[in-house]
Design a protein around this ligand. Sequence first.
Ligand code: FES
Length: 283
Amino acid sequence: MWEYTDAVKDHFLHPKNVGAMENPTAVGEVGSLACGDALKLYLKINDDGIIEDATFQTFGCASAIASSSVLTELIKGKTIEQAKSVTNKEIADALGGLPKEKMHCSVMGQEALEAALKHYWGEVVPEVPLEGEIVCTCFGVTDQQILRAIEENDLKTVEDITAYTKAGGGCGECQSKLTELLENKRLSEPAQVPTGPAASTKKLTNIQRMQLVNDVIEKEIRPSLQKDGGDIELIDIEGREVQVALRGMCSGCPSSQLTLKNVVERRLQERVEPEITIKEIVE
Ligand code: FES
C-alpha cells in the first residue's frame, strides 16, 4: 500500500484548523462528493491583505486531509499575493512528499486556495473551477486542468496524469485523449519548435533528402525523445518512406504510434518534404 511520511501521518491523525469558519472573508470549494474528494477552504483576510486565519472541511482520504491541513498552516500569516503563488508542489513538499498516486490531493488544495482568492477578489467562481472542455467525464476533469498539471509537474505519462488529476482513473475511456494531450504538449514545447528552414518546395534528390532527414532526426527529434528516456534510429529511406526504429522508453510505449505520427512524421513533413511518411521497423 501507500508509503506515508511522518508529516502526512501527523496531519492526518491530528489535522490543524479543521471546521467551518464563522464570517469568513473568502471561501473556496473544489471537488465533488460524487468523485470521492471535496475540499472547502475558509479564509479570514484582514484589511492589510494578510491571511489571519484559515480552516477547512474535507471529504477525502488521509492525503486529502493532510494536504488540506498543511495548506492552512502554509498560508496563515501570508499576504494574499504570497499565498497566490503557493503550488501543489509546495503543499506536497511541506508534507515531505506524497505517494505519486495521491498527488491529486495536493492539486485539490491548490485549486481550493485559488477558488477562495477568486472569491475574495470578487471574481465569478464557475462551478467547474477551470475553463476548458471536460476530457474525463468520470471525474469531471478538463483539458486545461490536465495541461496545467502536465506543465507544472513535468508529467510524462498517462499514469502520471491520473495520479495528479484523477483523469483516466475510472472507466479509462479518456486515456487516448490524455495521450493526445501529452503529445500536443510535447510538440508545443519551445525547445522542440523547429528553428531551421521549413520544408523545401524544390524537388529533392535522394542524397539531399537523406541528408536532410538525418539532420532533422539527429538535431531535433532525437534530443526531444531522449529527454523523456526514449530514442529513435534511422534505418533506411525508400523513396519518401522513412524507416525508423524506436529505442529506449519509446519502444513498446503504448503511445509510440502517436509519437511516430504526431511528432516524427509531422516534423519531417514540415522540415523536409510534405509527402514524407514514417514506417516503424520492429526488429
Ligand atoms: S472518462 Fe476518464 S476515466 Fe472514465
